[in-house]
Design a protein around this ligand. Structure first.
Ligand code: TYD
Length: 222
C-alpha cells in the first residue's frame, strides 16, 4: 500500500497549474518534505516519447486525423508507465508526489472535449491505473471567460509558430474548451472530498496561498 501522499494539479491549458506546482514543491521541500514532481503525458522515457507524439501540432495532418480512442489509449499508455516507474515507487518510499495532470485530464479532454463516453475512461482507469486515485487534486479553474481568452492567446501564438511544437491541443476552438471546462466542473461537483477547486481569477500569489493552506490542512489530517 502506498505510504506517501499523491497530489495532482488539473486545469485548462494556461490555467497556471505548472507554476503553482513548482512553487508548492519548493515550499514543501523547504519544510523538510521529500517531493517528487512529474507530469502527464511525460515524466518517463516512454512518456516523453508519447508526449512529443501527442502534442505535436503536425500529427493530425501527418496521420490524416488521430482517432479519439487512439488518443485515449496513448494517454493511458503514458500513465501506466508513469504509475509503474515514478508514482508508485515514490509513494512506497513515503514521498509526496506532485503530478501535473492525471486521469481527470483524460475525463475532461478525451471525454468532455472529444466526446468519448465517461464510462470508457472510467473502465480504462480501473484496468490500467488499478483505480489509483490522488489523495488530493488541486483544480485551477479561473472563469470560463478568462480561461478561453488565455487559450485563445496561446492558440494565436501557436498558429504563428512552425515546426515541431507542443501546441496540438491548444489549436482547439472555444467549443472544445467550453466542454473541457464543464467536464472539470462536473468532476469537482462529483468528488468534493478529493478535488479542491480554486475557481477565481486571483493572482499567482493568492492562488499559491490557497494551494498551500489546502495542502497543509490535508497533510495535517493525514
Ligand atoms: P500540459 O503540458 O499540462 O499543457 P499546459 O501546460 O498547456 O496546460 O498538457 C498537455 C496537453 O495534453 C493539454 O492540452 C491537455 C492534454 N491532455 C489530454 O488531452 N488528456 C490527458 O489525459 C492528459 C494528461 C493531457
Amino acid at each position: 500500500m502506498p505510504q506517501g501522499f499523491f497530489i495532482t494539479f488539473e486545469g485548462l491549458d494556461g490555467s497556471g497549474k505548472t507554476t503553482q506546482l513548482k512553487r508548492l514543491a519548493a515550499w514543501l521541500q523547504a519544510r523538510g518534505h521529500s517531493v517528487v514532481c512529474t507530469r502527464q503525458p511525460g515524466g518517463t522515457a516512454l512518456g516523453d516519447r508519447v508526449r512529443s507524439l501527442l502534442l505535436d501540432s503536425r500529427l493530425d495532418a501527418e496521420t490524416g486525423g488521430v482517432a479519439p480512442m487512439a488518443e485515449l489509449a496513448l494517454m493511458f499508455a503514458d500513465r501506466a508507465q508513469s504509475i509503474e516507474q515514478v508514482i508508485l515507487p515514490a509513494l512506497a518510499a513515503g514521498k509526496i508526489v506532485l503530478c501535473d495532470r492525471y486521469t481527470d485530464s483524460t475525463e475532461a479532454y478525451q471525454s468532455g472535449g472529444r466526446g468519448i463516453p465517461f464510462a470508457t475512461v472510467q473502465t480504462m482507469h480501473q484496468l490500467i491505473c488499478k483505480g489509483l486515485q490522488p489523495d488530493l487534486t488541486l483544480l485551477l479553474l479561473p472563469s470560463l471567460q478568462s480561461s478561453l481568452a488565455r487559450a485563445r492567446r496561446r492558440n494565436d501564438k501557436a498558429l504563428h509558430q512552425k515546426g515541431a511544437d507542443e501546441n496540438r491541443f491548444e489549436r482547439e476552438g472555444d467549443a472544445f474548451y467550453t466542454r473541457v471546462y464543464q467536464a472539470y466542473r462536473a468532476i469537482a461537483a462529483r468528488e468534493p472530498q478529493r478535488v479542491a477547486a480554486i475557481e477565481d481569477d486571483a493572482s499567482i500569489e493568492d492562488v499559491q496561498q490557497s494551494v498551500r493552506s489546502i495542502v497543509a490542512e490535508r497533510l495535517g489530517n493525514k
